[in-house]
Design a binder for this molecule. Sequence first.
Ligand code: OXD
Ligand code: MN
Length: 593
Amino acid sequence: MENMTSNKSVLSWINEKVELVKPEKIVWIDGSEEQIEALRAEACSTGEMIKLNQELLPDCYLHRTAVNDVARVEGRTFICAPTKEEAGPTNNWMDPAEAYEMLYAIAKDSYKGRTMYVIPYSMGPVGSKFSKIGIELTDSIYVVLNMVIMTRVGKDVLEALGDSEDWVRGLHCKCEIDEEKRYICQFPQDNTIISVNSGYGGNVLLGKKCFALRIASYQGKNEGWQAEHMLILGLQKPNGEIKYICAAFPSACGKTNLAMLIPPEGYYKNGYRVWCVGDDISWIRKGEDGRLYAINPENGFFGVAPGTNEKSNPNALASTRKGTIFTNVAHNLDNNTVWWEGLDKNPPANAIEWKGNPWNGQESEEKGAHPNSRFTAPAKNCPCISSEFENPNGVPVSAIVFGGRRAKLAPLVYQSRNWNHGVFVGSIMASETTAAASGAVGVVRRDPMAMLPFCGYNMADYWQHWIDIGAGLDPEKAPKIFNVNWFRKDDEGNFMWPGFGDNLRVLDWIIDRCEGKVDADETAIGYVPKAEDINLEGIEDEVSPEQLKELLSVDTALWKDEVAGIEEFYGKFDRLPATLKAELETLKENITK
Ligand code: OXD
Ligand code: MN
């Protein structure tokens, strides 16, 4: 097949990799519907994918990964920076030369008898000043078809690249899907990613976590912008104005649900709407007017299927009804559709579970879908996709929201006193483990800015970068920074806040604060709403005024324990910014007053 570009840096890198992995043939992905359709057909003919009911689920397919290959593998993910110090205390590190040698030994000849697919892709709208280009080499059609949904793929990407050497090199080799030889390696200084022995999305769709967060966070530090693990939503007020919010939450805190929220009935009637710009990743930079602007560099949603239903997230569910690839969900043989736990109360009686075994849908230890089963759905399918989704200039950010799962500690919402305090609030983010995750329940896992597994360099330097970004902003124009906690529990262990659509009530307060429309109470940890400013109309039965007071309360005794936890965590960082040390001292003083 003819080369699709004359870019010398691209061609010489591909030649080098061809020599290494020795494919039988090379296919450049041009982004045309004919080529994609032919690949779908090929994947179905080999059993790699199953074509689903085309009436009920047009252009939808099912794929099963190997049973040992169902999730991201943080323990096998490495930042291969020149020194361990540059990767920092929260990343696995490998010496780049050693890593290349080991990875090349694994990759050697691994494409023999196979096809090399060359995927040119853009993270962000092609040609936008925010956007970055990558090329992924893979021996998996599943990867090609997922990348086609998740990114902008094809010829025009190479045209936009021209002769530039500024692109991210990505090599993926399925090899034997051997867990012991599985490595996801980022080389931030070389703009390079190598992923071997996996076929699972998070490890092999190299545009997503590997590039758009790990490599991009490092690029952002050097180039003066930010790559963040944040959703972007637009909140439309009754007057038609739309304000944008970026929000970071650790896994299993409902990011996709918040990004596609449907307002409570009363709000909806009054004209409130939520528009989804992105559900996972934000690239943020200062615009000409001095405000921060964000784009979603992705083009689709790689969402967790279990728990997605008509009530929890109708917009996500609607997004999966066409052009979607399902991974590791149950296959309903009666009508050739898919099912997962939490979709509805009618598991199929005649099905194949995620591992490929017959399954009768009866309650048992065996699940139909893997808890981390996924849908890969085009963003344009989403009924509430923002009209600004393709805007090459991004959307202006009014508020940044951090959050986590804290049963007792954090109030429903609080606002930081200023940008640096907000950076502190992000840096101490944490979530308590749930029964769904393996290991002990209720253990606090620190996950600063939800970037713990995704920051491509030393986390302390990343915090300093946040502080530097703030220093370059006029405080009047800087987004206001908040923290939310949808997961507070009462003494009986019941959730105190209904969550889902009702979270809009909190977003509404956040935007009112940004616009200086409501007052707040200053507490030891920041500004907390006055109870009367959180609108409970329609949920009075669920949240009593006393309960709301409790939800907004700050228990300084608990915060004393928290400070000890923060000190222990901060103790890992030799390069902890002085600003954060000072913020911690202020918190300590405030809670002992
Ligand atoms: C994801 C994650 O899949 O954060 O988005 O793990
Ligand atoms: Mn994520």
